[in-house]
Design a protein. Sequence first.
Length: 314
Amino acid sequence: MNMNEEELLRNFEEKIDVDQKIEPRDWMPEAYRKHLIRQISQHAHSEVIGMQPEGNWINRAPSLRAKMVLLAKIQDEAGHGLYLYSAAETLGISREEMLDQLHTLKAKYSNIFNYPTLTWADIGAVGWLVDGAAIVNQVSLQRTSYGPYSRGMIRICKEESFHQRQGYEIMAQMAQGTPEQKEMAQDALNRFWWPSMMMFGPHDSNSPNTGNALRWRIKRESNDTLRQRFIDKTVQQANVIGLTIPDPDLKWNEERGHYDFGEINWEEFYAVINGNGPCNKERIDHHKKAHEEGRWVREAALAYAEKQKQETLV
C-alpha cells in the first residue's frame, strides 16, 4: 500500500469513527465495497423472494380486508427490494449481475423464505415472527455506515412495523377464536419459531463476516445481541395472546435480565442456506420464470424511454 492509499484509508476510518456516512463517490476499501454488495443484494433478494410464500395466499385470504392488507404488504416488499437493489447499484454492480447471481445460486437470501406457508395462520406467523425479526435487525441498520443503505432502511423500517402488526393481529385473532383456530395459530408458531431465530445468522463465534461488519459499522450490533433482543420481545408478545413458545429450555434468567433458550439446529440452517430446504428450488424456479416472462415489459419500457428521449432532442 502506497502513502496515498494509506492516507485514503486513514481518512475513511476517521469518517467511520465519528459516524460520518460513507457516500457512493467517497473512497472506500475494496473489501468494504464487496461486503456491502453481498449484504445489500442478499437483503434485496430476501425482500423479493419473500413475496412468494405470502402471494400463495392472496386468492385464499379469509376476507376482503385480509386480502387488501396482504396485497399492500406484498407491494411494500417489492418496493423494499427496489430500494435495496438501487442502493447496491451505487457500489458499481448492475441489477442484471445481482439477479444473475441469484438465479445461478451464487447469491443467497434469508433462510426463512424457503419454508412453506401451509395455512392462513402461517401468514400471521410470517408477519409477526419474520417481520418482527427483520425489524430488530433493520432498526440497527438505520445507523449503518453506508449512506444509501442507511437512508433506505429508515423508510423500510416504517413499513415493516405495519407488517409486524398485521401478522400479530392475525395470530391474536386466531388464538382468541375457536379451539381449532388457536391450534392452527400454535402450529404456525411451532414451525416458524426456530427458522425465525436462525434469521440472525450463526453465533458470533461462527460468523466469518461479523468482524469487519462491526469494525466498519456496516452492522452496529452482533448476531447474538440482535437474536436475544428478538427473543425477549417476542416471548412477552406470545404470553399476551396465550400462545406457547416451542422451546422447553426457555426460561427467564434474572441474573442476565434476558431469556435463556435452547440450542438452535444449525445443521438445518446450513442445509437450507445451501439449497436443501423445503422450497429452495421452487422459490428460485418461480423467480426465474417470472423474470423471463416479464422481459418484454422491461424491453418495452426501455424502448419507450429512448423514444421519448429522441423526441425531446428533436
